[in-house]
Ligand binder design. Sequence first.
Ligand code: NAI
Length: 342
Amino acid sequence: ALQQSFTPRAQKESHRSLNCVQPQASYKVAVLGAGGGIGQPLALLIKMSPLVSALHLYDIANVKGVAADLSHCNTPSQVLDFTGASELANCLKDVNVVVIPAGVPRKPGMTRDDLFNINANIVKTLVEAVADNCPDAFIHIISNPVNSTVPIAAEVLKQKGVYDPKKLFGVTTLDVVRANTFVAQKKDLRLIDVDVPVVGGHAGITILPLLSKTKPSTSFTDEEVQELTVRIQNAGTEVVEAKAGAGSATLSMAYAAARFVESSLRALDGDSDVYECAFVQSDLTELPFFASRIKLGRNGVEALIPSDLQGLTEYEQQALEALKPELKSSIEKGIGFVQKQP
Ligand code: NAI
């Protein structure tokens, strides 16, 4: 699936008949926070997509050089740079997908929730501009704490009267990417074959890999389940500690976010077989937002996939119940942040 996502289709098809249909580079993508650790490699990966006609890069600083640099790659999209609040509206005009990795990352000893005070305001301001300028766009929220920033975005969009729950996504793809990698390593499987759904949220114990639903069907001992689950939940912290103060995951995050962008573009382009995990408005549990596998279509979330939550092991069922209070309180914190503002 990854190869399908990332090998430019135009390249693959050039080996086939000249008559075959080439993908149209026709979608506009904006990255808000494009000068950052995630933003730069993410912009590079999106620049490789044959489905993108325009790549708009926005940041409060340092984005001009990133855009000039990327614009020399001979792939279809035109790269434009936008610096500072006065250029944000223009950046967002007619955009189909907005990706938001703006905000501060963790340092050692910090939880994602410690970022709330700074990132909540950044996400609120940026989503207000999205509501005003491209209310029909798919919105991909990367800025942490995702468990709160997605509810913040939903409240902002509601206040603006343009909330479409099918088009707002918290990006949890990195949890799936990590789960797939660690499971393939542990069980000596071919990486390309492995798919582990990860549900719940995107912080600590709210990240719940459903190892019993691993494809291809794989059995794990209790010890393996415990070890893999904890490693997947703490993988972000593993990177934060290794970077020792220089930030959190950026390259693997960019890879994961680019996969989610490419999946969204394929769905917009009419591909009817696109599935990803994401943190979205949900009725799969009693919580208003929940990460699960979703089917993506032209209008965003076409369906939630409830079957992943059926027939859970006892370990998974207990972990699911255990994560709900924390996830609930992070969601409420996000909603409260917007509702309390004058
Ligand atoms: P970074 O500090 O390297 O880059 C952030 C960028 O945002 C900077 O270029 C900064 O100028 C920009 N920025 C700050 N305020 C802004 C505003 N008001 N408007 C536009 N841009 C603004 O941080 P990094 O490493 O790129 O991380 C970004 C965010 O992504 C963090 O909140 C981090 O916690 C989160 N993250 C999320 C993950 C996920 O799985 N969802 C994984 C890894 C990080």
